[in-house]
Design a binder for this molecule. Sequence first.
Ligand SMILES: C[S@@+](CC[C@H](N)C(=O)[O-])C[C@H]1O[C@@H](n2cnc3c(N)ncnc32)[C@H](O)[C@@H]1O
Length: 299
Amino acid sequence: MDDASYQEKLAGEAALWGRVAEEQAERVPPDWRYHRHLRHNAVVHARDIEALLAHITPGMKALELGCASGWLTLAMAQRGAAAQGMDISEGAIAVARAYYESIKDTVSGAVTYAVTDLNALDLPPAAYDVIAAKGVLHHLVRLEHVIDQVYAALKPGGLFWVSDTHGDESLPVTLLAGALTLALPTQVSYREKVRGLLRFGLRAPQRVKASIQADGLSPFEGAGRDQDWVALVRQRFAVERTARKPAMTGYVTAQFALPDRVAVPLLRALAVPDRWAVRLGLLRSTGVVLFARKDEGTP
Ligand SMILES: C[S@@+](CC[C@H](N)C(=O)[O-])C[C@H]1O[C@@H](n2cnc3c(N)ncnc32)[C@H](O)[C@@H]1O
């Protein structure tokens, strides 16, 4: 891809995530105290995010890559860190800055935000205690460069926390997720679902897979999917903990049409056998969380 097309695509990426951040901030403030109750967090992500936040102590220097509206950067500052958030989306960063300004006096740490293209990341060496990246690596085309930068920018013993998708959805997961979303009430009516099944026939699993992988959601959606970020992190860091998300519950969570008070307990119940199936190796989950340490002895 030449530079002009890259920049054009990146502008589209930034604009889209800016709109998403603005729309979401109209419904819920970009603050973990509220975001933790959002359905996808309550069902799938909260425990891994709380585990990251448990590592943050006052005075730490923290960085978030792909911070969007800044709720995770802010959560690290609320635990006393000097936290920096980076994202390509000016709109999302504007949302993050405006919210931080509005509650700044209540935050024990401090926050700064920067509009940055992570594919051209240029960080100071040995500067951070913690670097977090949630849901952003699979949008990046220069993953090796980014992971090298993260490694160099962490202090010895520093933590790199990543939560992202890894690899392709397997056929069993696609079929089970498809069957569940067919049977359960979702934003798509049963009539539409039956029509879709008849129209796509044997190609239906491919459609479900594309939907799980959010293909086409943003210009760089899945751009990093063919690069093995887990292997790249493992080559450089000592991985002290790997957590696997449930294999299908995340997708069903996004589709389920019932109100939260009914849906959240049901989805949490679904997540239990789902997590066990992943643990026992019966289903492959593409949702991976790594807690990776830079060697204590490496400057
Ligand atoms: C799926 S969203 C995740 C946002 C946030 N981390 C979260 O979990 O709510 C992906 C984010 O990555 C950002 N992003 C995508 N490509 C980027 C790039 N090249 N440089 C910086 N940020 C990028 C987008 O603007 C968007 O905010």
